[in-house]
Write a protein that binds this ligand. Sequence first.
Ligand SMILES: [Ca+2]
Length: 161
Amino acid sequence: MTFLWLAITVYIQLASAQNWYAFHGYEYFVEKTGTLYTHSEAENECAAKEATLANVKTKQIQDFLVKSIGTFPGEPFSFFIGAMRNAANEFVWTDGTKLSNTETQWRPSPMEPNNVEEKCVTMGWHGAKELFGWLDISCGIRTGFICQKKLQVWFKDGIQL
Ligand SMILES: [Ca+2]
């Protein structure tokens, strides 16, 4: 059993590799290497990690992600998240939930969202100075991104690890 426990521990550490941050049942991947992605490229990157762009439905998640982003040199200070305008110009999360039914963190000044042609959403733009308030933005802009996936829960002898 010791070997099994060791193997599980190593697996958990690998799964929690660099730039994955666990919070309230989800793991969030923050792409902050400085490589830039369009929205569809970011979606593909998340899908390759068996994840989706992050649904930031509460202020607690927003605050956690801001903390996880931390400070780092250079740009971008912005990240695609999992909200987009639908055909009716409503913002929806990747799971289909309307943003109007959840907490929102739009940047207040200049007020966002501010352009129906901007279909995608980022946390911040040069946002380190603005606590990463959200902006509607062109999906073709290249920036960082944040993915989410459900946290794997492991048990040993009936005890959650
Ligand atoms: Ca905008």
